[in-house]
Structure formats: structure tokens, C-alpha cells
Design a protein around this ligand. Sequence first.
Ligand code: AMP
Length: 216
Amino acid sequence: MISPLFRWILNTFTRSDENQDKIMLNLVLFGPPGSGKGTQAKKLTEKYNLIHISTGDLFRYEMSNNTPLGEKAKAYMAKGELVPDEVTIGMLENKVNKHLDAKGFIFDGFPRNTVQAEALDKFLTSKGTQVSGLVCLDVDDEEIIKRILERGKTSGRADDNDESIIRNRIDVYNQETAPVFEFYKEQEKAQLVHGIGSIDEIFNRLCDAINSNLVA
Ligand code: AMP
């Protein structure tokens, strides 16, 4: 992990002024479905004054309004499959473009594969900024299934109520999404955080990981 001081020195002396990165805190909050990303993202958004972008929430909003985008996403979400990249990446970029003056973003549920990760890096670079770091909530499969079925009692989400769909979402995570962790690990930006415990315990672990490595 590169220390914030070293990163600052590197940025200051290797870039011309007009190319200098905007000082933003752009966090990828990562982990399997049901690992607590949504809950923690809300708390982190408040603490660090960031904009929370959950691609799952954006799709559900589009679906509830019966928009063409919602129609496109529906069948994939019902099965627990990923919505195609061209739809997802465009939607994400539109949302970021509406908040370019923000202090930074929490990306929750995005990127979900390495194509999306590459697109995010390229897009943020074009805006003069970058992903600051990825924090991954580490939770085992059986705990996840238990949590999602519990959430399904009140979430109203069809994909939270059927164990075979939940298992498919976990398979998709392991096959397509987990490589995103390695993608950012190669950039020395990925950290694993123990994701079992009380909401506040996990929140404190996330803040420690962010404060010690990502906030100057
Ligand atoms: P989530 O709320 O993050 O659990 O996402 C619910 C569903 O939305 C997923 O199972 C996918 O069908 C879809 N989805 C959310 N984010 C993405 C993404 N980044 N790429 C593709 N599909 C996504």
C-alpha cells in the first residue's frame, strides 16, 4: 500500500498542473451480495461527505418507474445475472456526471467485473481523478445466505427471497466479480475488512482502513 504522503509527492512531482488529479475520495465498497455494503455505504457517505452510487438501487429505481432502462435490467436482475456492461456503465457515468463537484463517491455494487473496472478507471481519469481505494467486506457464503433471506422478509426484493437465485448471485460474484479485487490489488489499492460483527464494529474497521491508507 502506497502511503498518502508518498502518493502526494508522486502526484505533485510527476504531473503538470493542468493534469493534476482532483483531490477526491473515490471508494469502491466491495464484497458479495448481502455483505452489508448498502448499510455501511450510508454511514460512510455521511462521515466522509461523499455521494453514494449503488447500481442495484439505480436499476430498482428505473424498474419501479417502468423506464426503458428498467425494462432492460429486469430479466437479468430476476435471475441474479449481471445486467450487460453497456447498459450499466452508461448509467453509472450519467450519475457521476451529475455530481462532478462532489468531494468523492462511494461506488456500491460497481464495478462488478473487470470490464467495468477498466471503464471506471478510464472514465475517472478523463475527469482528472481516480479510484482512491477498494475496501472489501469479507463474509462467508452461509452467513450471506442467512442474511439475504432475513432481508428478503422486508426488502420486497424477489431476488432476496429465493435461495437458488441467491446462490446464483454468489456464483456470479465468485466467477465474475471477485477478479475486480485482484485488479485493484495489482494497483496496490485493495484492502480486505472482516465483515462479521455489529454494524458499528464493521463501520469502525472500514474507517480504520480508509483513514490509515486513503485519507491524507
Ligand atoms: P445489488 O443491489 O447490488 O445486489 O444488485 C442487484 C442486481 O442488480 C444484481 O444481481 C444485478 O442483476 C444488477 N446489478 C447491480 N449492479 C450491477 C453491475 N455493476 N453490473 C451488472 N449488474 C448489476
